[in-house]
Design a protein around this ligand. Structure first.
Ligand code: HGY
Ligand code: MN
Ligand code: MN
Length: 440
C-alpha cells in the first residue's frame, strides 16, 4: 500500500517566504514543543500535509521547482515541522533549511535530511521521503527517551533536481564550495529568468550565496535516507539498504543548428534539418551506452521555431549519461558527441555540445557505511546511479545513505511508490542510526 495521503485543498496565494535574506543564516528559537503521538502517526500526518503541495492534478506528478510557489509552500511546511518540535530553525546563505536539536554551533553534529524539490512530474517519494523520515526518526528517538550527546540536525537542501536551472544539487554544491556564486548567477531557466532573479522574487538574497565552510565544519556525519531508485532491494526482499557508491553522471546540452525553411516546398536534398541529426544522435546514444554497459538518455528537447509546417532552425537536446566509472562515462559521451558531429556533417547541421552538470564518482565513507550496516544488522550494501546531496557532501564530510525499498524501481515518475511498512522500516532504521551516531 503506498503511503501518499491527501490533504484538504492546499493554501491559495503566494506563501510569503519565511525569512529575510540574511547573508549567513537566520536562526529562530524553538517554538512550543509538541511531538505527535506515535512515530507512525507523525509520519502519516507529515505525509498528508506535504502530499498536495506542487502536485499536478492532471498527471498526479509533482512540479516543485526551485524558488517557485510550490517550493515556498514546501519551505513553509519544513519550518512548521521544525517549530512544532521545538527545534531551532535556520535558513543558511544558500537557502537550505536546517532544524537543530541542540546547539547548532557546538560541532560534530549528526545531520540527516534530503530535498523537497522534484523533477517535472516527479514522484512523491524522491526527496520528501528522506525529509519526512528525518522528522519522524527524531520523534522516534524522543519516544524512546534517547538523549543525544551531539547536536542533531535535519536539512532540506534546495534545488537538488536542477529541474528549473539545469544544474543538479545547487543548494548543496554552493554550500560545499563546488559551485561558485558567479557560476550560480549564470544559471537561467527556460524563460530566461536567472537564478538571482528567481531567488529575489522568492525573497532571498542572491548575493549572499556561496561556500559555507563554517557550517560544514559543524557536521560530524551526514546520513541521507532516500527511496531506492531501482529494484535491488525488491529483488533481495529487503526493506532497507545502505549505499556504497554513486555512479559518476552528468548532463550535456547538444545544440543542433540547421536552417529554417518551408516544410512543403523545400526539396529533401536542399534541407539542413537539425531534427534529423538529433534523431540519429538519440539512436547513437542508446547504442553506444548499451555496448559500454552505461546509461544515456535524451529526456528533454526543445525545437525552434517548433512549427508543424516549418523545418526547424535549432534543436536542443539534453543528454543524461551515467556509468560505473568515469573512464567509461567519458568514452561513451565522447562517442555520442562524435556520432552527432559526423551525422551533422552529412546533414549540413552544425553541432555544439556543452557540459551543464557533472558529478564525479562517489564512494561513501567506508567506516560510516560499515557502521550503518552493522547498526542495521547487516542489510544489503548497494550502489546507485542516482545523484544525491549526500554525494555532493561526501567530498566535505563523512557521508552515508540509507535506501528504502521501491517495489517497482520506478522513479522520476508519478508512478513512483513505496510500501507503508517499508517507509516505517526506513524511519526505524534511521532512528537506529541516529541513536547509534549521536547518543553514545
Ligand atoms: O538525477 C538524479 O540522479 C537525481 O535524482 N537528482
Ligand atoms: Mn531525483
Ligand atoms: Mn532525490
Amino acid at each position: 500500500m503506498s503511503v501518499v495521503g491527501n490533504r484538504p485543498a492546499g493554501r491559495d496565494g503566494w506563501a510569503q517566504p519565511t525569512h529575510s535574506a540574511a547573508p549567513a543564516h537566520e536562526t529562530e528559537g524553538p517554538a512550543a514543543a509538541g511531538a505527535p503521538a506515535t512515530t507512525s502517526a507523525s509520519f502519516h500526518e507529515m505525509w498528508r500535509d506535504l502530499a498536495p503541495i506542487g502536485r499536478n492534478t492532471t498527471t498526479n506528478g509533482y512540479r516543485r521547482y526551485a524558488w517557485t510557489e510550490a517550493d515556498a509552500d514546501c519551505r513553509t511546511w519544513f519550518k512548521e515541522q521544525a517549530q512544532t518540535r521545538g527545534l531551532t530553525y535556520e535558513v543558511d546563505r544558500n537557502g537550505n533549511q536546517w532544524a537543530w536539536l541542540g546547539d547548532p554551533t557546538a560541532g560534530n553534529a549528526v545531520v540527516t535530511g534530503s530535498h523537497l524539490d522534484s523533477v517535472p512530474d516527479g514522484g512523491a517519494f524522491d526527496g520528501p521521503l528522506g525529509v519526512v523520515s528525518s522528522f519522524a526518526a527524531l520523534d522516534e528517538l524522543r519516544a524512546r527517551g534517547a538523549h543525544p550527546t551531539k547536536p542533531l540536525a535535519i536539512v532540506n537542501f534546495g534545488d537538488e533536481e536542477g529541474a528549473r536551472f539545469g544544474l543538479a544539487c545547487v543548494g548543496s554544491r554552493l554550500t560545499a564550495g563546488q559551485l561558485t556564486t558567479d557560476q550560480a548567477h549564470q544559471l537561467r531557466d527556460a524563460d530566461g529568468l536567472s537564478l538571482p532573479q528567481a531567488m529575489e522574487r522568492a525573497g532571498y538574497d542572491p548575493d549572499a550565496i556561496g561556500p559555507d565552510p563554517e557550517r560544514l565544519a559543524r557536521i560530524g556525519a551526514f546520513v541521507e535516507l532516500h527511496i531506492e531508485q531501482g529494484r535491488a532491494l525488491a529483488d533481495t526482499n529487503d526493506a532497507v539498504g545502505v549505499a556504497s557508491a554513486i555512479w559518476p553522471h552528468g548532463r550535456w546540452r547538444f545544440d543542433f543548428h540547421g536552417e529554417a525553411n518551408h516544410a512543403g516546398t523545400t526539396r529533401i536534398e536542399d534541407r539542413r534539418d537539425p531534427m534529423l541529426t538529433y534523431a540519429n544522435t538519440v539512436l547513437a546514444a542508446r547504442k553506444k551506452a548499451r555496448i559500454a554497459g552505461a546509461l544515456a538518455t535524451f529526456g528533454k528537447v526543445s525545437v525552434e521555431p517548433n512549427g508543424v509546417n516549418a523545418i526547424a532552425s535549432l534543436v536542443r537536446g539534453w543528454l543524461d549519461s551515467r556509468a560505473a566509472d568515469e573512464e567509461t562515462l567519458a568514452a561513451v559521451v565522447g562517442e555520442i558527441e562524435r556520432a552527432a558531429l559526423e551525422r551533422g556533417e552529412r546533414d549540413g547541421v552544425d553541432v555544439r555540445v556543452t557540459r551543464e552538470s557533472f558529478t564525479p564518482v562517489v564512494e561513501f565513507a567506508h567506516d560510516l557505511r560499515d557502521r550503518l550496516s552493522g547498526l542495521l544488522g547487516g542489510v544489503p550494501v548497494l550502489p546507485t546511479g542516482a545523484g544525491h546531496d549526500a554525494g555532493i557532501l561526501s567530498a566535505s564530510v563523512p557521508t552515508a545513505m540509507l535506501f528504502v525499498r521501491n517495489p517497482t524501481g520506478v522513479s522520476h515518475s508519478p508512478a513512483e511508490t513505496a510500501g507503508e511498512d517499508d517507509c516505517l522500516a526506513g524511519v526505524a532504521a534511521l532512528a537506529e542510526v541516529l541513536e547509534g551516531l549521536a547518543c553514545h
